[in-house]
Each structure stands twice: as structure tokens, then as C-alpha cells.
Write a protein that binds this ligand. Sequence first.
Ligand SMILES: [Fe+2]
Length: 485
Amino acid sequence: MVEPVRFPDIPLYQGWGEPMRAEIEIRGLELIQGEIPAGLEGALYRVGADRQYPSGRTDDIFIDGEGQMHMFRFKDNQVDYVCRWVRTVRFERQRAAKRGLFGRYRNRYTNDPSVAGLSMGTANTSAMFHAGRLYALKEDDLPYELDPETLETRGQTDFDGALRDVVCLSAHPKVDPVTDELLTFSYQAKGDATRDICFFIFGPDRKLINKVWFEMPYAACVHDFAITDEWVVFPFFPLITDLEVVKKGGPYFQWHPDKEIHVALVPRYGSAKDIRWFRGPSGSAGHMMNAFREGSKIHLDLCFYEGNCFPFFPTPEGVHTDPVLPYLTRMTFDLESGSSSFERRRILENSCEMPRTDERYQGRPYRHGFIICDRKPDGSSSIGRFEPHTGKLDVWSPGPGDSVQEAVFAPRSPDSPEADGWLLVPVCRVSKMRSDLVILDARNLAAGPVATLKLPVRVRSTFHGTWVPEATLRSGRYAYSRAAS
Ligand SMILES: [Fe+2]
């Protein structure tokens, strides 16, 4: 006999956040407005978290929960929607036990003794398509590979041994769709609270091109990084793991407002001896928009919080700091100044998160960035296109009470100009408890959707995604081009 399933009566699991717990397959979503653009064929993959079983705790946080891969498959003028659980070790063990076995977020010392020593990765953060393979990623575990058409889990992978020295891989890789290189990293790479970090570049054939091991100043949370053509940017914010606290069942990260930010500039094709370090006053960020080189300067644009970006992680004294809003901020590092400090200035006065670009311009000077902006007290939010060179913001709002999830850009063609294409945006129709997928002209959001596809279900929570064109699904290569910069 096992206990019936009962979720705790907490806001996280109420309203839109009520667990869906379902695998879904809908062939031919209803087109309720506009037309699907001709030539838009391929797959939008998005990964999010849901709850397979209650954890038995009341301090669950929204970034925890079992991973699901969501696919919007564009083909023959229709869009299919498929959602499948990623069959992680954790998922399979809980399924067999018919109950939750894993406790506090990333804290293995709070797990059921029956799963001691097993991976607790959820594969719940993002989707990556590289060298013909589809992955679901979570930063504290190795990638899971899935079938790109059926979403069946093929299993966990260490990239044919290339990842054998690390226990995890980032959920914010950068796949360069022009060179088909994969740039990624592992942090706390030797296990909980270790300061080891390793940067990797893989070629279009998934062969390792370079790897750089180095040490972080503290056991930070390194959720994202940024790239340029010559340097890779690793900011370290003072959300820090203390193994003794974790062993006692405490939070995996603690916020240290008294500690500085450290930034490592790592040579993209070089070695650890050439790393350049910078430091500055406290603050934090989860997500980077982009970075690029301008002469001896490296600019990093990120959604910066003048405080703790993850306020559900308390200070060492147990204090949950007041939430602060994120603003698009440019940090500038001058490699020739001889100084270890850096400039920091706000470049957009509207608060924003979940920044994306036309992926062909990752690491290059860029003229269009896509964001979720203007989140209001009623929970509504808008999608924006920001032009860093003019300061202009182009916005589309789904309506009162409704909100948007992260936008993903799909170019009109592999060689179309920057941002010439479509923005694919899941919309939470909160009052109707269902979702839409809207397709916007990426250069003119204010004009409203060119097409709206209705889902009769909620796409409850997806964090990050990627667009894979039809030709790329077949060939395994993006083979995009970008204008010379
Ligand atoms: Fe993220």
C-alpha cells in the first residue's frame, strides 16, 4: 500500500501553477487567428518543470520539479504539440515507488534513503539541439538525449566520454548556428560545493575542440555565461553553496550581499594561464542577453539585479531579502586599462528577464534583443524587442492578466538579415486556464501576432527553448549565415 497523492496547499501549486502531471499529444493545433507563415517548418522545443509526485515538503520552489520536453512541430501548414516527461533516473525511481523520493532543491541529504547516491537531476531547464541530437538539460546533471520526433528519452550521455571528468553540464549552452560549434561549461564540476569549473567547445561533429579548467573564487551558482568571438565571459555572483549547510538539510545556495562579483574572461581557444579577472560591487543575474568585443573592450549585456536574483535562497542568517527588479545592464571590461574594475550602466529602464537574441548574433555586435518585460502586479507581462543602439523598445502585450513565456527567434531563412523572421511565444491565458502559441513578426511586435494557435491545455511552465528548422532536423547542421560585422 502506498499513500494517496496529496499536494500541499501552497500558492506554488495553485491557479496556473497547479501541477499538470500529464503527457500530451495534440495533432493539428487550432489556428484561431492569422496564417502560419509560409516556409516556417521545423520544431520549437521547450523544457519546463512539472511535478510528478509531491515532494512531501512545503518549501518547494518553482525551478524544481521533473523535466518535460514540449515540442511544437511545424509541418505542412499545421502545428502539432507534444509534451513528454524526460525519463530521468529520478523520474523512473519515483514512478516505481509511486511517490516522491527527492527532497529539497538540489539537496541530496534530504532525499529518501532508498535513492542515496543516485543522481537527482531533473532535466527541467532547457532544450539543446546540436550535431543532430536533442537534449534536455539541467545544470546539476549530465544531459539527457531524446528522440527529436517522438521525444522518447534515449538516456543520459557523457558525449562519448568527453564529459567523464565532470558531474554536470550547464543548461545555458551557446550553439553557434553559423559554425555549428557548441560552447558550454560545467560548474561545481567535481560535485556539490566544489569550486571547479570547466569550459568546453565542441565542433559540428561533437568532437572536443578546447577545454579550460579553472577555479571559481567561491562555490557560486553559475546559471548562465556569455561568449564573444575571442573571449568567454563567466560572471560569478555571491550565491554560494556551503556544504555544511547543505548536509544539515539547508538551502543549496545562500546569498552573500557583502561579497563582490568576480568575472573571468576566458580565452575561447586558449588556456587557463591567459584568463583575465575583474571584480565589482555585489549584485546578481540569472541570464545574459549577449556579449561582444569592441576593440580592447568586452561588453556584457545581462538582466542585472541590484541584489539577489533568486530571493528564495536566503542569507547565511536565514533572511529572505526583498525581491528586486532586473534591468538590462551593460558591464564593460577593458583588457588594456590595467584595472581589475569594470563599468556598469543600465541600458533599459523597463525591467526585463529571459533575454534572447537572433542566435546568429550571439557573441557579436547585435541590434535586436528579445525580452519578457513590464511584469505587472496582476501577473501579466509583455514581450519586447530592444534595440541597444537606439534604446527603442517595441512591445506586444497579450492582454490583462495574461502572461508570456520566453520568446524564441526563428529566422525567415538561414541567411536572412538579423531579426528578420518570427518570434515564437507561448502565452498563458490565465483566466481561461489554457495556453496559446503566438507567432509574431520579430521586427514588428507592436503589430500583433501574425498567427495564434490555441492549446486546449496549459503549457504550465517552460523556462527555455530552441528553434530547429526542418533542414537542420534532417542534416544535423544549422548552416546559418550572418552579416559581416
Ligand atoms: Fe535559465
